[in-house]
Design a protein around this ligand. Structure first.
Ligand SMILES: *Cc1c(COP(=O)(O)O)cnc(C)c1O
Length: 463
């Protein structure tokens, strides 16, 4: 086949990107293109296309970082060619990953941070899989050692993020997702007894429930498991899914006991790319002590002529995310993270107060005591002439993206809005949003005769 040399093509930049042959037709969509093309024209046209995406800085639905400091970007850019799995070629990146693990063990009150065991991952999803696998392997070994059947493992949790459903299905573990009690925002201790048994590999406690932003009471869940052990002999470990809360609680709720201070907590995961403030692509899992990671799950790779243990689902991954995370730990320190997260919490609480004062809404979580976010419902959906889906669509007209969804079982009939406040959602931006929200509520309330678009099925417009 013929390959055109781009250097011989006339530069479409000088002719104008939009008058080049590429610019005067639809971009290739289905067939692998044959000719090469001018980089500036391709860049500009793809740039224009991805601008059709939502504006990430107005995305109030995501936990993930949407803004990075220029110097974090610079380090990411400089690491573009580095594969973090090549420990021998890039020993400093490997060293920096281990430093981050030790710092996290320290942050989460591990018993011996200098010898902490853990690793970076692509995000919390992979980290949760690793935490879950370690629990499954330990449970199976114990069962086999006791001569008991080890073929029907289960895992007990509240309203978990989808990654735990994946873990359960991919790795053949029964997911015992305990339904929400009326008024509850997550798993409650009194629910454990009915679901935990000899086949339970562990309980997942969530520090920052995806659906409500609230924390599950890790210490109280552990105390209940202590009581269950005293009665039945079952010793059930806890993995804390601290995807968001792992980078909030240590800084702004330091007295909340949820981490390795709770003896039953064997492992913790967190998303570096959520409140860890790193750019997208990094998560972490840390074990209380190295013995908790079964040897069979560990593979050894060459490292400075020696051997380095690795435990991961991926092989190749960019090293830049890890380096950017280390930059943020050093750059912000505990003090910088505390200031950042506290100002997010203050903004969230302000949003909560203002939205509650608008009238039609009831807060499920008011932005105080857990994640910097709020969740709310319509107080009286039956007599409100719009749904939260309609309100989301209305706000989208101004570019705001807000998640509207039903709560998990047994509260599926409750539709909620969740708003997350991240570093880049400033007080001022929140104020601009509130102005738009008040306008949207007024318009939707007044538009009784003209049905507003609804994605939520039939809406009653009667008065
Ligand atoms: C976001 C989230 C996850 C998944 O994390 P990723 O980093 O997106 O893979 C898991 N659990 C909880 C509680 C989360 O909020």
């Amino acid at each position: 086949m013929t390959v055109t040399n781009p250097a011989q093509e006339p530069s479409s930049a000088s002719n104008g990107v939009y008058t080049s042959s590429l610019g005067r037709a639809a971009l290739p969509r289905d067939r692998f293109p044959v000719p090469s093309a001018d980089p500036e024209a391709v860049y500009q046209l793809i740039h224009d296309e991805v601008e059709l995406d939502g504006n990430s800085s107005q995305n109030l639905a995501t936990f993930c970082t949407t803004w990075s400091e220029p110097l974090a970007r610079a380090l990411m850019g400089e690491s573009l060619g580095k594969n973090m799995i090549d420990k021998d070629e890039y020993p400093q990146t490997a060293e920096i990953e281990q430093r981050c693990v030790r710092m996290l063990s320290d942050l989460w009150h591990g018993p011996d941070p200098e010898h902490a065991l853990g690793c970076s991952t692509t995000g919390s999803s992979e980290a949760c899989m690793l935490g879950g696998l370690a629990m499954k392997w330990r449970w199976r070994k114990a069962r086999q050692a006791a001569g008991r059947p080890a073929d029907r493992p289960n895992i007990v949790c509240g309203p978990v993020q989808i990654c735990w459903k994946k873990f359960a299905r991919y790795f053949d573990v029964e997911l015992r997702e305990v339904p929400l009690l009326p008024g509850a925002t997550g798993l409650r201790p009194e629910q454990l007894r009915a679901h935990v048994d000899e086949n339970t590999i562990g309980v997942v406690a969530i520090l920052g429930v995806t659906f409500t932003c609230d924390y599950e009471p890790v210490a109280a869940l552990a105390a209940e498991l202590d009581a269950i052990q005293a009665e039945t002999g079952l010793d059930v470990p806890i993995h804390v899914d601290a995807a968001s809360g792992g980078f909030i609680a240590p800084f702004v709720q330091p007295d909340l006991v949820w981490d390795f201070r709770v003896p039953r907590v064997v492992s913790v995961n967190a998303s570096g790319h959520k409140y860890g403030l790193a750019p997208l692509g990094v998560g972490w899992v840390v074990w209380r002590e190295p013995e908790l990671l079964p040897e069979e799950l560990v593979f050894y790779v060459d490292y400075l002529g020696g051997n380095m243990p690795t435990f991961a689902l991926n092989f190749s991954r960019p090293g830049g995310e890890i380096i950017a995370q280390y930059y943020l730990f050093l750059r912000l320190g505990r003090e910088g993270y505390r200031q950042t997260q506290q100002s997010c919490l203050d903004t969230a609480a302000h949003l909560g107060e203002q939205i509650a004062a608008m009238g039609p809404f009831t807060l499920l979580y008011d932005g105080r005591g857990a994640l910097p976010g709020i969740s709310y419902t319509l107080t009286d959906p039956g007599s409100t002439p719009y749904t939260l889906y309609d309100l989301s669509a209305k706000l989208r007209e101004r570019g705001w993206q807000i998640a509207a969804y039903p709560l998990p079982a047994d509260r599926q009939d409750t539709v909620v809005h969740r708003i997350l406040v991240r570093r880049e959602i400033s007080y001022d931006k929140a104020s601009l949003f509130l102005d738009d929200m008040r306008r949207a509520v007024t318009q939707l309330s007044g538009a009784v005769a003209a049905p507003a678009p609804s994605t939520a099925g039939p809406v009653s417009f009667h008065h």
